[in-house]
Design a protein around this ligand. Structure first.
Ligand code: TMP
Length: 214
């Protein structure tokens, strides 16, 4: 495919969404044609899935059902948003992608899902397709969760299904993201998200310029 695919990953309240928008602005100023997307919920069908996934009782799905729903959303995102844009030579920036499933549904729950199941599911849905660059925004879960709860104060629909899980879950998924980065250093870069918005943006811009020739 002609374009580039950049994904942002990280635990709750790591500041991904702000950084996605800032990087998008930076790339557009440099003349790059970009598309922003997110998982879950980038398509009409995905929005319905998102609503099921991020609201309601924390135990409404087990890890297997959750994986399948996230992968259904992912397939919609790839087919309707990501692949068509890449084919046109655009750069696509996604707020979360498949590493989130591994971190949350495998490392987070540590129950019902195996790495083999995830690999198989990934290949069914995406084949050999992978992001060109994944930025993992790392933050202490205690700080991240405080930020998420503060943000939710202003939300009409409170998307707090995951935030309400115990700290151990968040520590596990943080460890998961770090292990993914260690396993795939050619694709993933870990960035300390506990710094000012501007400093974090500057660091991300430096990494994008180093890794992907603009
Ligand atoms: P967001 O708040 O970053 O938009 O993400 C929505 C929630 O969905 C967040 O709590 C992380 C979770 N999630 C998973 O558990 N597995 C996944 O595969 C994805 C994409 C998100």
């Amino acid at each position: 495919m002609k374009g580039k695919f950049i994904t942002f990953e990280g635990g709750e309240g790591c500041g991904k969404s702000t950084q996605v928008k800032l990087l998008n602005g930076y790339l557009q100023n440099r003349g790059v044609d970009t598309v922003l997307t997110k998982e879950p919920g980038s398509t009409e069908e995905g929005k319905v899935l998102r609503n099921l996934l991020v609201t309601g009782d924390k135990d409404r799905f087990d890890s297997v059902s959750e994986c399948l729903l996230y992968y259904a959303d992912r397939r919609c995102n790839l087919q309707k948003v990501v692949w068509p844009a890449l084919e046109q030579g655009k750069w696509v920036i996604s707020d979360r992608y498949a590493d989130s499933t591994e971190a949350y549904q495998y490392y987070g729950y540590n129950n019902g899902i195996t790495p083999e199941m995830l690999n198989e599911l990934y290949h069914i849905v995406a084949g050999d397709f992978k992001p060109d660059l994944t930025l993992i925004l790392d933050i202490d879960p205690q700080i991240g969760r405080q930020r998420s709860f503060a943000k939710a104060e202003n939300m009409q629909v409170k998307e707090l299904r995951f935030e309400s899980r115990e700290l151990e879950f968040h520590n596990n998924l943080r460890r998961g993201f770090l292990e993914i980065a260690k396993r795939e250093p050619e694709r993933c870069v870990v960035v300390n998200a506990d710094q000012s918005i501007q400093n974090l943006h500057d660091e991300i811009v430096r990494i994008v310029n180093e890794r992907l020739k603009i």
